[in-house]
Design a protein around this ligand. Structure first.
Ligand SMILES: [Zn+2]
Length: 255
C-alpha cells in the first residue's frame, strides 16, 4: 500500500492492483499521463525526494481510448469537424510520442451506424475468444516454467540503495507471461525466423522504430504466434504486430 503522504498521481499509480485495467483520454492532465511512462516500461514506480527515493510495484495493463479530435467528428464521413484538421492535431498532441511508443496495440474503431445494429452477432463469441487467450497464456506459463526449471529466470533482488526494499522486491515475481519478459529472455523466446527478422529490420528503418518499439513488437509477435499455436515467430506474426503500432515521427519520440 502506498504512503498516504505521496502526491496523488504517484499514490494512484502505486495503489493500482496488479494486472488491473485503466482508461485514459487526452482530457487527463499531461503530467498525470507522463507519470505512466515509468510503470508502463518497468512495472514499478520510483518516488524521489530530497533525502531518499523509494520504489513501489506498479504493474498494470493500460487500456486507453480517445476520439480523433475534440468534437469527435474528424473521421466521420457523415459529419464534419468544424475546426479540422487542426482540431485533431491539437487534440492528439496531448498524448506525447514517448507515451504512445509504450502502447503496443492501436486500433481505429469507426463509429457504429444504425444499420450495423441490425447485423447478426459475430461468428466467434467472447467466450470462444477467452478460451483461445487462456490457451495462449497457458503456453506462455509452461514455456517460462520450463526455462525456470533450467535456471534461466532471475528474480528481482532487494536493493535498499535504489529504494527497493525486500518486501516490495517479493512483489515482482518471476515472469509469468510474454508481457513480463525483457532483454535476453525476450530474445530467447521471441527470436523470429529469417524472413520475420528481415521484415522487422526493414520496418525499423522505414518507420523509425525506437529500440523500445523493436522489443515491444517482438513481444506482441510472440503472443500472436502463441495464439496461432506456432512455436516459431514467423514473418506474418511480425507483420501483424507492426500493423498495430501507431506510426510516429522521430521528433514525436524525442518529445
Ligand atoms: Zn473536431
Amino acid at each position: 500500500m502506498a504512503c498516504k503522504f505521496l502526491p496523488s498521481r504517484e499514490r494512484d499509480l502505486c495503489n493500482m492492483p496488479p494486472r488491473c485495467v485503466s482508461y485514459i483520454m487526452p482530457e487527463f492532465n499531461r503530467a498525470t499521463l507522463e507519470a505512466l511512462r515509468q510503470p508502463l516500461e518497468s512495472g514499478r514506480v520510483t518516488v524521489a525526494r530530497a533525502n531518499a527515493h523509494v520504489t513501489y510495484p506498479a504493474r498494470f495493463q493500460l487500456v486507453a481510448a480517445m476520439n480523433p479530435c475534440r468534437c469527435g467528428h474528424l473521421m466521420d464521413p457523415n459529419r464534419a469537424c468544424a475546426r479540422g484538421p487542426r482540431c485533431g492535431a491539437d487534440y492528439q498532441a496531448k498524448l506525447s510520442g514517448p507515451l504512445l511508443d509504450r502502447i503496443d496495440l492501436t486500433i481505429d474503431v469507426p463509429a457504429v451506424a444504425a444499420a450495423d445494429l441490425a447485423l447478426p452477432p459475430p461468428a466467434e463469441s467472447s467466450a470462444d475468444i477467452a478460451t483461445r487467450v487462456a490457451a495462449a497464456r497457458t503456453v506462455q506459463r509452461e514455456r517460462l516454467a520450463e526455462l525456470d526449471a533450467k535456471g534461466k529466470l532471475t528474480t528481482v533482488e532487494a536493493d535498499p540503495a535504489a529504494g527497493l526494499l525486500a518486501d516490495r522486491a517479493r512483489n515482482w515475481s518471476k515472469p509469468r507471461c510474454n508481457a513480463d519478459t525483457d532483454g535476453a529472455l525476450l530474445a530467447a523466446i521471441a527470436e523470429p525466423d529469417a524472413e520475420g527478422r528481415a521484415l522487422l529490420a526493414r520496418a525499423a528503418e522505414r518507420l523509425g522504430l525506437s529500440a523500445r518499439a523493436w522489443h515491444r513488437t517482438l513481444r506482441v509477435a510472440r503472443t500472436l504466434a502463441d495464439l496461432d499455436g506456432s512455436n516459431a515467430v514467423r514473418r506474418l506474426h511480425i507483420a501483424e504486430a507492426l500493423s498495430y503500432r501507431r506510426p510516429q515521427t522521430r521528433s514525436m519520440l524525442a518529445a
